[in-house]
Design a binder for this molecule. Structure first.
Ligand code: UD1
Ligand code: UDP
Length: 372
């Protein structure tokens, strides 16, 4: 029996292809939702959009300090695992849900599979980096998306036989939902947006939005880019960022803030953007897959493949640096537009090679789990 653990927006999205794979094969599996994300737009919206079955367990842990939240998830998951005794537990990514899930399972001697293993920002100030390192070192199967993530694991002394380069399930999610999004989403019309004629922004990293200077730098830089290129800005705002904008009294200027979007709508917003500016991990990957250039509002990234292939550039959070990075990526795309084969709308874009696999990552992961 397989247990799939999830708790936040990106985990629901990136676990959805694994859930579908289990359904397709008629496997014995169940889902634990930690409840780390709980607002409709951060949680239920994705179960609806992705047509996912109800999780068998919802721990409803909600928000809290790092320790408080992690402890509640750990206790809740331990209770379920002791009762259910699955053969393998799958966790995905780098959230508190992932670390707590991996820890609970490994102490009960249940096999742990870490989906998206081996990513490293080498910045231990990020809670996510600590979660990743811990989860990787207590997992039995490490599903590394790329050769680079595999290398990180080997360099940390993790035995090679535990590591499998599978690609990233984010590609499966994009491929499985892109057509459905084209058919169903009306967001472009609703917001009155034209393809290639707006900037898409997201930011929610604690080290950015909980810091007044960094958050102001992001808002100022984006306003400057918008003014220079006369492009409107759409910013589906994470609740954490909304809270901090209010607390710091920061004005959004000309940025159009909307509620976090569902996945089908968000895929449209991403695919048609002229440029994406973000501190999100998932957006760095998805922009790369969709062929839309990305400016990352961070000083480092655990997804260096996106920079190496030419789809992404690191800007930090200072206004002048954001403007420079946006100039670079917009100019690059304008230059490439002369080439007809380079259509950003195509999931198999020719602008750069997508480094995260062929969209069959979930199949590979389930095969490996079933082998033992
Ligand atoms: C978490 C993850 C982060 C991931 C992000 C995905 C950790 C340490 N962080 O960050 O790695 O990139 O999810 O979006 O695990 N809130 C709501 N409604 C919700 C969820 C959160 O209003 O459904 C607000 C609360 O004020 C809460 C704050 O957002 O205090 C932060 O939520 P939390 O889950 O602690 O961290 P995220 O910033 O969402
Ligand atoms: N996303 C979404 N609606 C939004 C913003 C993001 O559906 O308004 C999706 C996005 O497509 C990606 C995932 O959420 O798949 C990224 O989540 P987030 O940025 O919260 O977390 P991270 O990837 O940084 O951990």
């Amino acid at each position: 029996m397989i247990c799939i653990i999830l708790g936040t927006r990106p985990e629901i999205i990136k676990m959805s292809p694994l859930i579908r794979e289990c359904e397709k094969r008629g496997l014995d599996y169940f889902v634990i939702h930690s409840g780390q994300h709980y607002s409709f737009e951060m949680d239920r919206a994705f179960f609806n959009d992705l047509n996912l079955p109800e999780p068998e367990y919802n721990l409803d842990v909600g928000s809290g300090t790092q320790g408080e939240q992690t402890a509640k998830i750990l206790t809740g998951i331990e209770n379920v695992l002791m009762a259910e005794q699955p053969d393998v537990v799958l966790v995905q990514g780098d959230t508190n849900t992932v670390m707590a899930g991996a820890l609970a399972a490994s102490k009960l001697h249940i096999k742990v599979g870490h989906v998206e293993a081996g990513l490293r920002s080498f910045d231990r100030r990020m809670p996510e980096e600590i979660n990743r390192v811990v989860a990787d070192h207590i997992s039995d199967y490490l599903f590394a998306p790329t050769g680079e993530s595999e290398k990180n694991l080997i360099l940390e002394g993790i035995p090679g036989e535990k590591v499998f380069v599978t690609g990233n399930t984010v590609v499966d999610a994009v491929y499985q939902n892109r057509e459905i999004s084209n058919e169903k989403s009306e967001i472009m019309n609703t917001l009155g947006l034209k393809s290639g004629k707006y900037l898409l922004v997201t930011a929610h990293r604690a080290e950015n939005v909980d810091d007044r200077v960094r958050l102001s730098g992001i808002i100022n830089g984006i306003n400057a880019v918008s003014e220079k290129y006369r492009l409107p800005v759409i910013f589906p705002m994470h609740p954490r960022t909304e809270k901090m904008m209010k607390e710091f009294g920061i004005s959004p200027g000309n940025i159009r803030i909307i509620k976090p979007a569902g996945y089908l709508d968000f895929l449209q917003l991403e695919a048609h953007a002229r440029l994406i500016l973000t501190d999100s991990g998932g957006l760095q990957e998805e922009s790369c897959i969709l062929g839309v250039p990305c400016v990352t509002l961070r000083d480092n990234t655990e997804r260096p493949e996106t920079v190496e292939c030419g789809g992404n550039v690191l800007a930090g959070t200072e206004s002048a640096e954001i403007q420079k990075a946006a100039d670079r990526m917009i100019n690059f795309m304008d230059y490439r537009k002369t080439d007809d084969s380079a259509k950003p709308e195509s999931p198999d874009n020719k602008l750069w090679q997508n480094p995260f696999g062929d969209g069959r990552t979930s199949e590979r992961i389930i095969e490996i789990c079933l082998k033992d």
